[in-house]
Write a protein that binds this ligand. Structure first.
Ligand code: ATP
Length: 793
């Protein structure tokens, strides 16, 4: 036995040595390329010293190319070679531009009748493609067509692949190799010897690794059904559904990298990835840079999508479910339309005599500014007083508002109609009959009236420029909100909504909830931003190189800052990826839809994990956002996260939440059953803490403790002393995340928290990669084994 082990070890060492040799060649080639790039840089700087405009432009172009080159090489130097495939001869013997055979199928005579065959081609796969100096492929980019068999080949449909190898390396050192045989029936020969096979495949090794607080890429172990989605043509809308842990988020991010590789020019318009929470954004942020992509892709939480919520974190507070339900509903659109117009009028108007008086000339003192909307406009023109009374002002307002244009953009029209009305009453009007003289008089009337501070003050008060935040703040007034929401929301809804907005001051400053953000974004559209002339920039010769800034990331800017800046500059994207799409409310769909009106889309989600109470309403909003574009649908069926023992328990909740819905198949089993800990409510804190502490000794990575939303703060206190490996999460925050072990506290509390509570509980139960403990309180009615009522057969 020992002799056999030693033989396996020496074979493994030999194969590691083979791959090491290849990696050395690759590094050698990369170093040559870096030298070339550095030479280009220096050469370019020298040319710049010539000083002629032509030489300057040439220098800039060279610096640009060399910079891009260096940036890519430096980024992708670490651990970028990860795979290898050994293939049979291709059917027609044709080769593509990268030197690889193009045919997926083997040649008819590739396999001899005695089941022996020769390896005709070996390809190494990595994060970028590297060509040798004679243009032979040393590494094939994982996104290139020639790399597809690495992902697509299965023992059932092997194509030309005989052996698939995953190479584990760190920096310049190969640490290990794991092989999968796709054609185990063959005796294949390579370089005069039999093709060796090491290990039992890389997937299980990858799945068994401890988790950290950031997601890893899966580039070396993408599975065939996932690869179909990643490489699906970017036509219209690609919809991907699949249960928990099927790799939807991973696939969506790899797809972004693939699309950029396929058509960088097309996606220069940017790719937006919409995530449900800032926690998931932080968790996934490293994946794209590890795939060699950054900058072009903005990953944003839905709570920080609108400029109105701009800031590092955006909105992170959650409304109670009944309020969230109102704010997310598409009925809010009708309320907001009314509010955007109604908010022009501010309550608390002063008596008419003090309101908005205007002196034309110097005869009268400037009036005091009113607190509310002025109800009278008075000017003195051509020696006579001209007034517009409340009813006339109202008529003008109604007239201006009769269209659908954004309110702030209507201000010039309001101003014009005010001047028309004043003019029609002024003595100047009847003074002349000659049309030319009348026109001249009118124009000097307009100029004089409209540039006087008091008129401007009146206009500012009577037709103020509204900000979305200010309008939202006016909705905290229950009486006014009730008027705008008549026949749209019921009284209870109005009361709850108004109360939730009392957090904001009169200008709308204050903490925003996640659901407020979509309301602000809608208001932004309803109000419009008045055009303001931009300050002219000084001429910069670098501007002539279009795309320079876009393509050459600056060293001092982090990936996060860059994505933020680009996102802030963009209002629309070329491709929009929506992760956890089942959670977007109708109002959020409208917000996301505005960012992809001309985009192609990838929408991934799982209806069984939806925390939105009215799936039909959300589906209608989603259809509206995606328009009539054709859709391609994919389903992922294998759960790579949860061991079978945990998946089985979660399936019980799925049966309650969505009867008839199928669970994905768990790909592995650990033999460790979920634990149940019944507890008296008063002992909850101690038990949860003790359980988290126990799990710290059981698993190497992270531990997530999931509680009902209203216990969040409490749970953080319980666990404060346990260090960074333990994280306390509200049920809605657990979305998309995963931990080595999880403690789910009181399933009944989580399920009772909202109408979608059972689906939220399903999410909570499917976060662990190794171990799960369910702590049941009194409300969970645990049986003798501690199993709560909701999780029994
Ligand atoms: N082909 C793969 N190779 C290795 N690991 C994988 C593979 N596919 C998925 N995984 C891992 O499985 C876990 C779940 O993936 P991911 O979070 O993308 O699933 P999901 O479908 O988005 O889950 P959920 O719906 O629960 O949020 C991750 O740790 C991911 O790295």
């Amino acid at each position: 036995m020992a002799a056999q082990d030693a033989a396996v070890d020496s074979l493994r060492d030999r194969e590691i040595g083979v791959e090491q040799e290849h990696l050395d060649r690759v590094y050698h080639r990369l170093e040559e390329k870096i030298d070339e790039a550095e030479f280009l840089m220096h050469d370019a700087v020298k040319r710049g010293q010539v000083g002629t405009p032509g030489a300057l432009a040439e220098r800039d172009a060279q610096v640009f190319r060399a910079g891009v080159h260096l940036n890519r090489l430096n980024n992708e130097f670490e651990d970028f070679l990860f795979g290898r495939i050994d293939l049979l001869l291709g059917k027609d013997g044709e080769r593509g531009p990268d030197g690889a055979f193009t045919s997926v199928e083997p040649a008819d005579d590739a396999v001899r009748p005695d089941h022996t065959a020769d390896i005709a081609e070996t390809l190494h796969i990595g994060r970028i493609g590297v060509l040798d100096s004679d243009y032979a492929p040393l590494v094939i980019d994982w996104r290139a067509p020639a790399a597809a068999p690495f992902y697509r080949s299965t023992p059932k449909e092997p194509g030309r692949v005989v052996r698939r190898r995953v190479i584990r390396s760190k920096g310049r050192k190969v640490l290990g190799v794991e092989d999968d045989l796709m054609r185990p029936e063959l005796t294949a020969r390579l370089g005069g010897g039999t093709l060796p096979v090491i290990g039992d495949g890389a997937l299980m090794a990858a799945l068994g690794q401890a988790r950290s607080h950031t997601m890893r890429d899966i580039v070396s172990s993408i599975q065939a059904e996932q690869d179909m989605v990643i490489r699906a043509p970017a036509a219209s809308v690609t919809e991907v559904s699949g249960g928990p842990g099927t790799g939807k988020t991973a696939v969506a991010l790899h797809r972004a990298a693939y699309l950029l590789y396929q058509d960088r020019r097309r996606y220069a318009g940017g790719i937006l990835v919409v995530s449900p929470t800032p926690l998931l954004v932080a968790y996934t942020e490293g994946v794209l840079p590890s795939l060699g992509e950054e900058g072009q892709v903005a990953i944003r939480a839905v709570g920080s999508l609108s400029d109105e919520a701009a800031g590092v974190e955006g909105a992170t507070t959650y409304d109670e479910p009944a309020v969230a339900r109102v704010k997310g509903s598409s009925r809010m659109l009708h309320v907001l339309r009314k509010a955007a117009r109604g908010a022009l009028e501010q309550p608390g108007a002063q008596p008419a005599s003090q309101d908005g008086q205007l002196s034309f000339g110097d005869e009268e003192p400037e009036p005091a500014r009113s607190a509310g909307t002025p109800t009278r406009l008075r000017v003195v023109a051509f020696g006579a007083r001209v007034e517009l009374e409340a009813d006339e002002l109202q008529r003008i307002r109604n007239n201006v508002l009769s269209g659908t244009a954004p309110v702030n953009l209507l201000r010039p029209r309001a101003r014009k109609l005010l001047l028309d009305a004043l003019w029609s009453k002024s003595s100047g009007r009847g003074r002349y009959t000659d049309p030319e003289l009348v026109a001249e008089l009118r124009s000097s009337f307009d100029e004089d009236v409209s540039t006087e501070t008091p008129f401007l003050t009146f206009l500012n008060d009577w037709w103020p420029e509204l900000t979305p935040r200010r309008v939202l703040a006016t909705m905290a007034d229950e009486r006014r909100l009730g008027r705008w929401a008549r026949r749209i929301l019921n009284q209870g809804e109005v009361r709850r909504l108004a109360r939730s907005l009392k957090r904001l001051d009169s200008e709308g400053r204050g903490p925003l909830s996640v659901h407020d953000v979509a309301l602000l974004d809608e208001l932004q559209t309803l109000l419009g931003t008045p055009h303001r002339p931009k300050r002219k920039r000084e001429f910069d010769p670098l501007d002539q190189l279009t795309g320079l800034e876009e393509l050459m990331p600056q060293r001092e800017e982090t990936q996060w800052e860059r994505a933020e800046r680009l996102a802030a500059e963009r209002t629309e994207y070329a491709h929009v990826i929506v992760d956890e799409a089942q959670d977007l409310t109708p109002m959020q769909w409208r917000m996301v839809g505005r960012r992809g009106r001309h985009a192609t889309w990838t929408v991934v989600g799982d209806p069984a994990q939806s925390s939105w109470s009215d799936p039909d309403e959300a589906a209608a909003a989603r259809d509206e956002a995606l328009g009539g574009r054709p859709r391609r649908r994919f389903t992922l069926t294998v759960n790579y996260r949860n061991p079978a023992e945990i998946a089985e328990l979660a399936a019980k909740v799925l049966a309650l939440a969505m009867p008839g819905m199928e669970s994905p198949v768990a790909v592995r089993s650990t033999g460790v059953e979920p634990r149940f800990e019944p507890v008296r409510d008063r002992d909850l804190a101690g038990t949860v803490r003790a359980e988290a502490r126990r799990l710290l000794t059981e698993v190497d990575g992270t531990i997530g403790v999931v509680v009902a939303m209203n216990r969040r703060a409490q749970a953080r206190e319980w666990l404060a002393e346990l260090g960074p490996r333990v994280v306390a999460l509200g049920s809605l925050e657990a979305k998309g995340l995963e931990y080595d072990a999880t403690v789910v506290v009181s399933p009944a509390e989580i399920a009772d928290e909202s109408p979608a509570g059972l689906r939220v509980l399903y999410v909570a139960l499917t976060r662990a990669t190794q171990q799960l403990t369910v702590v049941s309180g009194e409300r969970d009615l645990p049986d003798a084994h501690g199993v709560p009522d909701l999780l029994r057969e």
